[in-house]
Design a protein around this ligand. Structure first.
Ligand SMILES: Cc1ncc(COP(=O)(O)O)c(C=O)c1O
Length: 424
């Protein structure tokens, strides 16, 4: 790919594709925004680099203040990284050190959900629940345990059809894991507001309310991994606001700059920061490029666009239109489920709609890697056919996409999925 403009990218032969994935859940305000490139150039001319270990620079200060302003509750303390995996890694390390210096040194374990993706550094990879990504690097960091995710389409039989009961059941599995490990050994629970890997699992009603309650009762930190969901993807700056909970830590990255320069962050509550304000205690962790001046300046300009163009309001208004357009595909025999929130949807493909039977290993390989990804791409749609779990097509276009793009996505998918069914 050599160029981007709005919701489209262009390859080296000049052919254009609809960017159905905002790069990789990143390019929120769309491609080709000259003003963001110009801000980057200005900042690089003024102060290209200075580490924020001991002295700060205005761009990082401004961005930290702005993130704290958007974050809920007293999540006012911002620690910059260069991406999402580093933010997750930082959160686990912070949780460990926090409990060590507050007299609970045995609290070091973490809980996360099956098939969830949280990044590739060794700690984040241990939190990640995708078996194929973990196996080649075992043994991983010990102390990371998995619980069921919120895949309502595949809810246990006795709960299917009752979302609230399913949500309660799924949240209670976290408490079960905390108790099984011993509450005084558990430091944190890592969850995405809407889980991406596995195919877009929104939280059932009551899920986060119950999860917050469980974390409070057992003094376990709730980490909201918003690397995908923050910055308008669901319709608010931070998606915990979309679902009405206040975590102890938010991890974020991707959309903060709409990808015009890399940056990530961990945002923590005052309670977690306080023990680090005493004497010579400090969080013994950091990245040379964390809070890079160019990225921080671009982040500010990107968030200015969010404000001036009312991006979050737009996502909230257009999300039902996007959903309704994708739901038209439910008339195809291969489309089992359309689910998601905001500008973030997954379409689950099945072999039998009535029984929800999925594809076996060989069919999956043939359908997803052998045909779908390529056919969608050749049809002019860049998106993702994923089978880290059951086969799904994932869609998350730039947040400036509208009904014309939704229709184009639906049309291309309709053609390709019809052919896929015929080939089975
Ligand atoms: C929820 C979540 N956490 C963490 C990460 C890792 O982020 P990065 O690739 O910037 O390290 C990702 C990446 O897709 C993600 O989706």
């Amino acid at each position: 790919m050599v160029r981007g403009e709005g919701c489209r990218v262009f390859d080296d032969s000049g052919r254009s594709y609809l960017d159905g994935l905002a790069g990789l859940y990143v390019v929120q305000v769309g491609h080709g925004r000259r003003e963001l490139a110009e801000v980057a150039a200005r900042q690089a001319s003024e102060l290209a680099f200075f580490p924020i270990w001991s002295y700060a620079h205005p761009a990082a200060i401004d961005l930290a203040e702005r993130l704290a302003h958007y974050a809920p509750g007293d999540l006012n303390r911002v620690f910059f990284t260069t991406g999402g995996g580093e933010a997750v890694e930082s959160a686990w390390k912070l949780a460990k050190q926090y409990f060590k210096i507050t007299g609970k040194p045995t609290r070091h374990k973490v809980i996360s959900r099956a098939i969830a993706y949280h990044g590739t550094p060794q700690g984040a990879l241990a939190i990640t629940g995708v078996p194929e990504l973990r196996t080649p690097f075992e043994p991983l960091v010990p102390g990371a345990f998995k619980v069921p995710n919120t895949n309502a389409y595949r809810a246990p039989d006795h709960l299917s059809g009752d979302l609230k009961a399913f949500g309660r059941w799924a949240a209670d599995r976290v408490e079960e894991a905390i108790l099984a490990e011993g509450a005084d050994t558990v430091a944190a629970v890592f969850v995405e507001p809407v889980q991406n890997a596995g195919g877009c699992f929104p939280p059932p009603p009551g899920y986060f309310e119950r999860l917050r309650e469980i974390c409070d009762v057992h003094d376990v930190l709730l980490v909201s991994d918003e690397v995908i969901c923050a910055f308008g993807r669901i319709g608010s700056m931070f998606a915990c606001d979309d679902f009405g909970y206040v975590p102890d830590i938010i991890t974020c990255a991707k959309g903060m700059t709409s990808g015009y320069s890399p940056i990530g962050a961990m945002i923590v509550s005052e309670r977690l920061f306080e023990p680090f304000t005493h004497g010579s205690t400090s969080f013994l962790h950091g990245y040379t490029f964390g809070g890079h001046p160019v990225s921080a300046a671009v982040g500010m300009a990107n968030l200015d666009i969010f404000e001036s163009e009312k991006i979050n309001e737009y996502v909230r208004a257009q999300s039902p239109v996007f959903r309704a357009t994708l739901e038209k595909l439910l008339d195809l025999p291969i489309v089992g489920d359309v689910r998601g929130e905001g500008f973030f949807f997954g379409i689950e493909l099945v072999k039998d709609k009535a029984t929800k039977e999925t594809f076996d290993e060989v069919e999956s390989e043939r359908l997803l890697r052998g045909f779908l990804s390529r056919a969608l791409f050749e049809g002019g749609l860049y998106c993702r056919a994923d089978d880290r779990g059951d086969p799904v097509v994932q869609l998350a276009p730039p947040l400036v996409a509208g009904p014309a793009e939704f229709d184009e996505i639906e049309q291309i998918l309709r053609g390709v999925l019809t052919e896929a069914w015929a080939r089975l």
